[in-house]
Design a protein around this ligand. Structure first.
Ligand code: ADP
Ligand code: DAR
Length: 347
């Protein structure tokens, strides 16, 4: 990869983006400094995707499994879902999140400390305008106690500190200034502020009891991961926050007609959406079998505690891998249909 990059780098070595002065070396720094990177590049601002297009586009096509860069189309209408996850699926919890950045500001890898605090202020104003089941409070990260952080992280609600990829990319500069989390009283609607992206807008809720595995046909209780309710809450949150930006800050989500909603990492372009279920899988279904089957179903498998974690107690995080080239409804339908296929699988 680096050999191929050197040619691109020599062409672009004197280039800098206008807003943050991000160079191609800045873009690839994380991948160069952390060899375990699977992607290794981050954008410091919107212009990176255009100025360093020869670098980004092959990565984008490969990750999202597309041959051509599309014109992005969004569908945030839960009524367009055509099916639900079967009741017998042992879903412990359901989560749907999108990555978003504010247009006109450097992304976390390139933003200045002063502008990061300005982004936090704009976001908090918008979040305070949320009403009904979306209303909640903003908690600046540096005001959370260690035990509060631990409880929120272990509950799956809060980002982890010391991400080596983000540190190498410059995303963690001035940590924890300007970072924080917003959530409603039930912790079913949450917003991460100034972590990997300016916003991670999250809707999540516990599913049914986990005391059944993926193959048990004895339905001990009426079940069902209410994916539609989780998605509906997310869509209302996205739309409300974007309207608040337009009203209070005369800005909106960073967007490109082909790349969709622009994110720090190219894996989160397009919809920026990862829809995941935590599902209980018995020991007889080993890691390799599960990951191979999920790959065939266009699904990604993570551990119970997030991207870099392993399964715990037979619980896996299964979600859509693709984020660009299909709508939010289509990607969510892929997860629903994939889980319904998975629960019919016999080892
Ligand atoms: P992201 O989803 O934002 O890309 P991660 O995969 O690291 O990042 O997940 C972030 C946090 O969300 C982790 O603590 C993870 O355990 C939690 N999480 C993800 N999906 C679910 C889910 N379906 N139910 C409960 N918690 C979840
Ligand atoms: N760890 C980085 C990013 C991969 C995608 N995950 C994100 N963006 N959180 C890597 O290059 O492996």
């Amino acid at each position: 990869m680096w050999e191929e990059l050197k040619d691109i780098s020599s062409i672009h070595q004197d280039r800098k983006t206008s807003l943050t002065g991000f160079t191609i070396s800045d873009v690839v720094r994380s991948g160069v400094e952390v060899p375990s990177s699977s992607v290794g590049v981050y954008a410091g601002d919107e212009e990176c995707y255009l100025l360093y297009r020869p670098l980004f586009e092959p990565i984008i096509k490969e990750y999202h499994g597309i041959d051509e860069i599309p014109s992005h189309v969004s569908n945030l209408d839960p009524h367009c879902l055509t099916s639900m996850i079967e009741n017998e699926a042992p879903i412990i919890s359901t989560r749907c999140r999108v990555a978003r950045n504010l247009s006109g500001y450097g992304f976390p890898a390139g933003i200045s400390g002063e502008k990061r605090l300005e982004v936090e202020s704009v976001l908090v104003t918008a979040l305070e305008a949320l009403e009904g089941d979306l209303s909640g409070h903003y908690y600046p990260y540096d005001l959370l106690t260690s035990s509060e952080k631990e409880e929120l992280v272990m509950g799956g609600y809060l980002f982890r500190e010391n991400d080596k990829y983000q540190a190498a990319a410059g995303i963690s500069r001035d940590w924890p200034e300007g970072r924080g989390i917003f959530y409603n009283k039930d912790k079913t609607f949450l917003v991460w502020v100034n972590e990997e992206d300016h916003l991670r807008i999250i809707s999540m809720q516990k599913g049914i009891s986990a005391n059944r595995n993926i193959f048990s046909l004895s339905i001990q209780s009426k079940t069902g991961a209410d994916v539609k309710a989780v998605f509906d809450r997310l869509c209302r949150g996205i739309n409300t926050i974007n309207k608040a930006f337009l009203t209070h800050a005369q800005t909106e989500f960073a967007f490109h007609k082909h790349y969709g909603y622009l994110s720090s990492c190219p894996t989160n372009l397009g919809t920026g959406m990862r829809a995941s279920v935590h599902i209980s899988v018995p020991g007889s279904f080993n890691d390799v079998q599960l990951k191979n089957t999920c790959r065939q179903l266009s699904l990604d498998v993570r551990g119970r505690h997030g991207e870099a974690s392993e399964a715990e107690g037979g619980v896996y995080d299964v979600s859509n891998r693709q984020r660009l080239g299909r709508t939010e409804v289509d990607l969510l339908q892929t997860v629903i249909d994939g889980i319904n296929s998975l629960i019919t699988y016999k080892t």
